[in-house]
Design a protein around this ligand. Sequence first.
Ligand SMILES: Nc1ncnc2c1ncn2[C@@H]1O[C@H](COP(=O)(O)OP(=O)(O)OP(=O)(O)O)[C@@H](O)[C@H]1O
Ligand SMILES: [Mg+2]
Length: 511
Amino acid sequence: MGDRVLELANIGKTFAGVTVLRNVNLQLQKGEVHALIGENGAGKSTLIKILSGYFPPDRGGEIRMNGKPVVFYNPKDAMKASIHTIYQELTLCPLMSVAENIVLDKQHFFPGLLQKKRGFRELAMKALERLGQADIDPGSLVKDLSIAQQQVVEIAKAITSNAQIVLMDEPTSSISQSDADKLFNIIRGLKADQVTVVYISHRLHEIDGIADRITVLRDGDLVGTVNKAEVTERDLIRMMVGRELTTMYPKVNVPIAEPALRVENLSSEGAFRNISFDVRKGEIFGIGGLVGAKRTELLEALFGLRPITAGRILVNGKEFTPKSPRQAIRKRIAFVTEDRKKSGLILCLPVYENISLINAQEKVPFGWLDWRRLFRIAEKQRKALNIRLARMEQTVRTLSGGNQQKVALAKWLEFQPEVILFDEPTRGIDIGAKTEIYSIMGALAARGTAIVMVSSELPELLSVADRIMVLREGEMKGIVRREEATQEMIMSLAALKHTAAAGGLQERRQQ
Ligand SMILES: Nc1ncnc2c1ncn2[C@@H]1O[C@H](COP(=O)(O)OP(=O)(O)OP(=O)(O)O)[C@@H](O)[C@H]1O
Ligand SMILES: [Mg+2]
């Protein structure tokens, strides 16, 4: 450490008159892991996109590499300058093999190599070995790999291009804990090879584990760059949020009434078997388990997105077999999906239309859409959820990741569901907004809504849910009350092999 590899001087970014980054001055040192943190919409991804040549900075800003000013006109320029980016949405070619993906774009490094299939297979193999991932076959198609393995391929791509700087935007947001641990080892390896890693995450414990220095952004301003050793988690939160956060999990105790949702011996072939539980009005019912436990599949079946092959569902005491989401919605069941890009939102539509979509179908008495009213509804929800945007007419695509998640939630709130199914509700959401979402759940519960929440974050399950059901490979392994539940208990129900310490957990990957 010590040498500056890259300097950002006075970097700003304005989109259509709205400034989202202001006067950012940042130095990256050789071989450091530099974390970039901040609330949703603070400008982290935008900063990374400037560094990777995806966007130009505003006039007046300068990027210097090894002391010399550089200008990137496109991502290829940045790559040639040995900056490699791993975006949250992975950019590999799914129908090409691992090896082909790794050597792609490297014709200029290895002239003639593309003709020699064996040559680049070897190159790929070497890179994977160096990452300790020799079990990935260079010949397999990228589409058949798990997300974590695709990330490894992205990193292999970076190291075969001799990247000096690797930028990672929320790399752990959709992989399991054990895959995240592997990734941290890879990052430590990169650091040992003097590669600089810029790491964005909302998970402060991850940053505590790997970062050397931390830069905090708030609303487009750089609040400060600190040495990890010199700050506490509390300091970081204060820097990000601009105030003290007193309670992380504002749990409201709601008197719990009669069951709103009852599930009896429910099965869906190929997914889960024989699951029974009930969720009462005002209750938050958590579902835990590892990746592959079939939790999302269970929610899909409840929402009419997956056929039910045995058992039954009762809503407010009446049997109900949802055959489509439309039927589920008619029963006032809402589903806030995990993958907001695939099924939660229409990215090319403006924010206000996304928020009022569900309501639009409901509130059209004479086939007349009252846009002003829909706009007002959207504005109310935007305020309630503190969604950060420039204009309501902005397309959802241009919102930051966390703010997209809030829009996905907002569209259901106005609808006043009786049962709301949440799949990983706070994934990619910053710490302040998380607390807001828990408060909203509490308010929904107080209104008598029955809430089902799938979550992989144990502290969240243990603090927010009233009861927790654990699934493992499509089977129910137990239901525990919050007062009795511990992390170890949930983990041991969720995993096949386990030791008492959560750290020694052996997770079986499902391919
Ligand atoms: N192409 C664009 N057009 C207009 N505004 C944009 C565009 N891209 C980003 N923004 C805005 O810039 C701001 C910063 O977004 P950015 O994605 O950098 O935030 P972030 O810190 O990565 O947040 P998150 O933690 O939610 O991912 C947001 O308000 C966003 O709406
Ligand atoms: Mg982002």
